[in-house]
Write a protein that binds this ligand. Structure first.
Ligand SMILES: Cc1cc2nc3c(=O)[nH]c(=O)nc-3n(C[C@H](O)[C@H](O)[C@H](O)COP(=O)(O)OP(=O)(O)OC[C@H]3O[C@@H](n4cnc5c(N)ncnc54)[C@H](O)[C@@H]3O)c2cc1C
Length: 458
């Protein structure tokens, strides 16, 4: 009897799962395996809420697989370095003929997979699970894209011709079995506010596509409204695939998805931003190793001021929208996209602190942490990345607050010290007994930023 193992990574689902489907098609018996690498999670700075979310998602996956007669083995491998040996041991123990997994695109993962392929000598099959694979999308001259807009145009052309066909749940492989449970593997913070089961996530996706996608363009920048999907934690762990997102969007909204000015078309574009940063991380691995995408910007004289950094991360900068956003991150393990842009810009362009400090802080708190998207977002905000706009586009945190939280509903929710203020005073409050005055003068800080970048050009 032939036996396959499906190695689950950031694809913790049963539906639309290439590796699981192939393994079930080609082998009589199938086991699932997940290599738990606590030291790697520490090295990659994993938020306690994300650890809890991961453990819940693994338990949900184990239950789904158990109903199909497929066991899920959680194997402790400590660090990526130990995985090849652990994988060989696992295959020997269960007489595994072939291992199936989805390709990952970041440098540590690629190195790990190369070592596993060598150790398994032809018994390791890596399949593509992306909306647009970095191996498929390139410019006419074969070079990778560096700018989002032409990249997204090419992706849309590609997807028009190769629209994702989502795979069904595989047929059962035997009688239902008792599901395994994942042990606690480090400090946790409850992630119970985030759906961790495939069925709940699919219901969330359906709701968003049928009821909210149409108004996405108008509402996506308003943090006080539920205008975005909040599917990022599920997408980060692969409880749902971007292919399923696109297919569902199409089935609810039809051809409007191809119109980039429509709500559904704008949401489609956001899914492509996710792919774009994966392509960048794959083709320019220096960004994953702490380097700037634009190498000359590695010479910027960033500040490393712990007091200012603490004020930023604790939400006491005296800029209400920044403080509300940083407190949202702490409370929910998630932050609205507009606010990620505002807070990242504030750290880099108002406090002139190294974007890498901010990047790490986000990783340490986000339930949806995704290395490529986080790095891309930070480098975009710091003007060291792929942004086509010039470095002198600097967000004014006060006017951003006035524009995107005009009535201060969001600010009041997270900064109760300001609950009694309204109008201009809410966005530019004086120093209060329990709330600080602004820790920096924005117009002076802006001039310093311009000088920092101009010095590079000279
Ligand atoms: C400084 C900074 C750090 C970020 N860090 C992360 C991160 O660690 N993980 C993460 O998933 N996203 C990150 N983003 C992107 C974006 O802020 C989040 O994906 C988004 O806020 C998630 O909310 P949502 O699911 O409601 O998004 P929606 O607006 O509903 O978008 C749907 C999906 O598209 C993807 N997406 C949306 N916007 C972007 C974007 N700008 N870049 C890449 N993918 C995007 C996400 O997977 C998201 O779930 C970051 C952005 C910035 C500016």
């Amino acid at each position: 009897m032939s036996i396959a193992a499906v190695w689950f990574r950031n694809d913790l689902r049963c539906l639309d799962h290439q590796a699981l489907s192939e393994a079930c098609k080609q082998h009589e018996q199938v086991r699932g395996v997940y290599f738990l690498c606590p030291a790697q999670l520490d090295e990659h700075v994993t938020a306690p809420m994300r650890r809890h979310f991961l453990r819940r998602a693994l338990d949900e996956l184990a239950a789904q697989l158990a109903a199909l007669g497929i066991p899920l083995d959680i194997v402790n491998a400590w660090h990526f370095r130990e995985v090849p040996q652990a994988l060989v041991g696992y295959c020997d123990k269960f007489n595994i003929d072939e291992v199936f997994a989805h390709r990952e695109w970041l440098v540590d993962e690629i190195r790990r997979d190369d070592a596993c392929a060598a150790a398994l000598e032809g018994r390791f099959r890596l399949l593509d699970d992306s909306l647009t694979s970095p191996l498929q999308i390139s410019k006419d001259d074969g070079d990778p894209y560096k700018v989002f807009t032409p990249f997204s145009r090419r992706c849309r052309d590609h997807l028009r011709q190769h629209f994702p066909q989502c795979l069904r749940r595989p047929k059962t492989k035997g009688e239902p079995i008792e599901p395994s449970t994942c042990p606690v593997f480090g400090e946790e913070v409850s992630s119970d506010d985030w759906a961790a089961s495939e069925s709940e996530v699919l219901a969330q996706l359906r709701r968003f596509c049928s009821k909210q996608a149409g108004k996405y363009k108008e509402r996506r920048d308003l943090p006080s409204e539920a205008g975005t999907s909040e599917l990022s934690p599920a997408l980060a762990l692969g409880l749902v695939s971007p292919q399923q997102c696109l297919a569902r969007l199409y089935s609810e909204c039809g051809d409007t998805i191809w119109d980039t000015k429509s709500g559904p078309g704008t949401w489609f574009n956001e899914l492509l931003w996710r792919d774009f940063y994966r392509h960048i991380a794959y083709h320019y691995p220096r960004v994953v190793m702490g380097k700037a995408f634009q190498p000359h910007t590695d010479h910027i004289a960033w500040r490393y001021d712990q007091d200012d950094f603490d004020a930023w991360r604790e939400g006491r900068t005296g800029f209400p929208i920044v403080d509300a956003a940083m407190r949202q991150l702490k409370e929910r393990g998630w932050m609205h996209n507009r606010l990620r842009m505002i807070t990242a810009s504030f750290l880099c362009k108002d406090l002139h602190i190294d974007w890498r400090w901010g990047e790490k802080h986000f990783l340490a708190h986000l339930v949806d942490a995704d290395f490529a998207s986080n790095n891309g977002g930070w480098q975009w905000a710091a003007s060291t990345g792929t942004d086509a706009a010039p470095y002198f586009r600097i967000f004014n945190p006060t006017t951003q607050g006035q524009r995107f939280d005009p009535e201060g509903k969001f600010i009041r929710q997270y900064v109760p010290e300001l609950a009694g203020l309204s109008g201009k005073a809410l966005h530019q409050p004086p120093a209060l007994k329990n709330y600080p005055g602004p820790i920096v003068d924005h117009s002076q800080a802006r001039q310093i930023s311009l000088a920092l970048f101009k010095d590079l050009a000279d």
